[in-house]
Design a protein around this ligand. Structure first.
Ligand code: GCW
Length: 689
């Protein structure tokens, strides 16, 4: 039924095993929550609902513990309850501000055992409750618990690209759950359900409007929307999630009636200060602003001859008295490039714009950096900007919505891609300077750090259009909590939580997910070159779609070869933005990894890869094999028919058959293009048109 896919990973099937069900029921017969805060209330309610659904027993929620009866106690450290404080003991030092201890307390002298969920904060306790729920969903034991957890990243954020007319920029799962007809939806049920899904994975912040802030959305920071925003802030706040807004840098002109938005103009400064105070008066828990400035026609400080530090610091000054932060995006490049101009390289732009400003940003400014230097391609290197800033807060931006990775029609599980990014060593402070450590703030000891990602949900019955794309949302939350979690663990969790614990289902679905990125890459754009998509909507093959455009996105294929020379000696010099030894690795034609070869080098089609194949043969082989592998995904899926919910099964099956057909289109367009360009035949003499 639709319910199964709507519930996603918070699906609470009754426990099949009698002994286990009885044990969960006994251990969770009463939930004791001494304090009555909003978030602790949520924690108790969530746990009670989960226990009821999984065991059939409705737990009492009590303020005081009866020591004869087993229970789950939920509390927060340092609020004067000696039992709560005692439970954490030395673990308390490891909790930070959002961690928790989940621990079985043995009853003394005939008293019952109980499970204590002790948070470092209300939010920590909520995460602890969701952890206990997860253990029961996984059908693991809840005896003798001793779990100590804290998030590695302070900011674990979701960015909605929702517009107030109800559309979603790069949304592939229906319309916005937030807006309709240039206003908010009336009924917030779905927004609340979204908040719970996010909180269960540890998300603690969200921006609810597109970074491209259009006319109506510019008004979101005005008095007109205060009431509705405060309702939205409450819905998320009950789940420990802070509300942020994307703002229009030109707001002082657009809604403030000023003549300028110059960040150094005193009237502009006081306008923002006043606006921020107003917002915080209405929404004391407000998080701050997300800003796309001087990027793809958005207004910004460049108009006034100011730089991005001036721009960000203006807003930082307004938010600082309220504890708010400015998240400033680094996706800044020239989108009006002349394709004839070979000296400009879009890949270099973010680094060139922002490294000179290192150290100039206010303490409450955080730079948000896309994982790659271009734009969420199926394969691109890690942005060198991560290695280029030491004295600036920075967070990593990922894209959960599958703009360039199959648009939720194709399955493309992104956790393995994100793991590669997080594990990438920038060598910024010697070996081990991974993106994960830079983003968390640990490497340079920064006060803010974390991850942000563009959401993939809409009002589709299963949230994400393609049910398997739910795994990307889940996986993102888990990685934001702890980037060291393995892909295998996250994948197994998601499958068990969403589809139950049939080992065959787990085996088949994990096989599909884990192969999917590689398969998508193989039949789309080869060897890291990117951008062979139809302009604007970005779906489907079009090798020259962006070749003679203004967007800075070229592959330079001619009859002899293909690729972008970004080397120091003969190319754009992009490779110099990396530290050694990455710089030399990418700069070297001999040593450059195959999967990124065409991102860094222009080579003849006859160039021999490390794999032993020529570039042209690699293109043919991967495209033929990729289309076959896509067909095999559907076959694999067919093998679990009857083992999972039928409607869910059918929905995925129909997407997989669409993928199978569309993969053939990719195969034939790409192979034909390169056969015609190069005139070199396929060694295996397969059908090319
Ligand atoms: O590549 C582009 C997307 C735009 C998006 C932009 C960005 C929100 O195609 O749709 O705009 O990236 O990240 O700002």
């Amino acid at each position: 039924s639709e319910k199964t896919s709507y519930e996603a990973w918070l699906r609470y099937e009754a426990v099949e095993n009698d002994a286990l069900r009885a044990n969960y029921r006994l251990r969770c017969s009463v939930i004791v929550s001494a304090e009555q805060t909003k978030v602790l209330g949520t924690a108790a309610k969530e746990l009670a609902e989960a226990v009821q659904a999984m065991t059939g027993h409705v737990p009492d929620i009590a303020a005081i513990r009866d020591r004869q009866i087993p229970c789950v106690i939920i509390g927060v450290l340092g609020r004067g309850d000696p039992e709560i404080d005692g439970t954490a003991g030395p673990d308390a030092d490891e909790l930070g501000s959002e961690g928790y201890v989940l621990r079985t307390l043995k009853g003394q002298q005939g008293e019952a055992d109980c499970i204590a969920i002790v948070g470092a904060s209300d939010r920590g306790a909520l995460y602890g409750a969701f952890h206990l729920i997860r253990i029961m969903q996984m059908r693991d034991s809840i005896e003798d618990l001793h779990i100590v957890e804290h998030p590695v990243n302070g900011l674990r954020m979701i960015n909605q690209w929702d517009n107030m007319d109800g559309t979603i920029e790069r949304g592939y799962a229906g319309k916005s759950i937030f807006y309709r007809n240039n206003g908010f939806v009336e009924d917030f049920t779905r927004i609340r359900d979204y908040a719970r899904l996010l909180a269960s994975t540890g998300i603690n912040a969200i921006t609810i409007n597109n970074v491209n802030v259009h006319r109506e959305e510019t008004n979101l920071i005005t008095a007109e929307y205060e009431q509705t925003l405060s309702k939205a802030a409450d819905a998320f706040g009950a789940y420990g999630i802070k509300l942020f807004l994307s703002i229009n840098f030109a707001s002082p002109i657009a809604v403030g009636g000023l003549q300028t938005a110059d960040p150094l103009d005193p009237a502009v400064r006081s306008w923002w200060t006043e606006r921020a105070s107003e917002l915080y008066r209405a929404i004391p828990e407000f998080g701050g602003f997300l800003v796309k400035a001087d990027s793809e026609f958005r207004p910004g400080p460049f108009t006034y001859g100011r730089d991005h530090a001036d721009g960000a610091n203006l807003l930082a000054e307004a938010l600082a008295p309220h504890g708010g932060v400015v998240i400033w995006r680094c996706f800044v490049y020239n989108c009006l490039q002349d394709w004839r101009d070979r000296s400009t390289d879009r890949a270099k732009a973010a680094y060139d714009h922002f490294t000179p400003l290192d150290g100039r940003f206010a303490d409450n400014v955080i730079l948000q950096i896309k994982n790659g230097p271009m734009d969420f391609q199926v394969r691109e290197p890690v942005s060198p900007l991560f290695g280029g800033l030491k004295d600036t807060n920075q967070i990593l931006e990922l894209q959960i919505t599958q703009e360039y990775t199959g648009q939720q029609k194709h399955v493309c599980y992104l956790v393995p891609l994100w793991k590669e990014v997080l594990d990438f060593d920038t060598y910024a402070a010697g070996e081990g300077s991974t993106v994960a450590r830079i983003a968390s703030g640990a490497l340079h000891n920064r006060s803010y750090g974390g991850l942000a990602a563009v959401s993939n949900i809409g009002d589709s019955a299963c949230w994400t259009g393609h049910p398997l794309s739910q795994a990307n949302l889940y996986g993102y939350g888990r990685l934001a909590w702890n980037p060291a979690l393995s892909t295998e663990q996250i994948t197994a969790e998601w499958i068990r939580l969403s589809l139950g614990s049939d080992p065959m289902v787990e085996d088949v679905v994990s096989g599909i997910l884990l192969r999917s990125w590689g398969i998508y890459e193989s039949y789309t754009s080869p060897l890291g070159v990117g951008w062979m998509v139809n302009p604007n909507h970005h779906y489907g093959p079009n090798v020259d779609g962006y070749e003679y455009s203004k967007w800075g996105t070229y592959h330079f294929a001619d009859h002899q070869g293909i690729g972008v020379d970004r080397t120091i000696g003969t190319g754009t010099g992009y490779t110099a933005q990396y530290h050694s030894p990455q710089r030399e690795l990418y700069d070297s034609l001999e040593r450059c990894p195959d999967e990124l070869l065409l991102f860094y080098h222009h080579v003849p089609y006859t160039h021999v890869l490390h794999s032993g194949k020529t570039v042209i043969q690699h293109i043919y082989d991967t495209h033929f094999e990729g289309a076959e592998a896509a067909a095999a995904l559907l076959e694999a899926w067919q093998s679990i028919r009857g083992r999972i919910d039928e409607a869910y099964f059918e929905l995925v099956a129909s997407r997989l058959s669409e993928q199978r057909e569309h993969a053939k289109e990719w195969r034939d367009v790409i192979n034909t293009y390169f056969f015609r360009k190069s005139g070199i035949a396929d060694r295996q003499d397969r059908l090319i048109y």
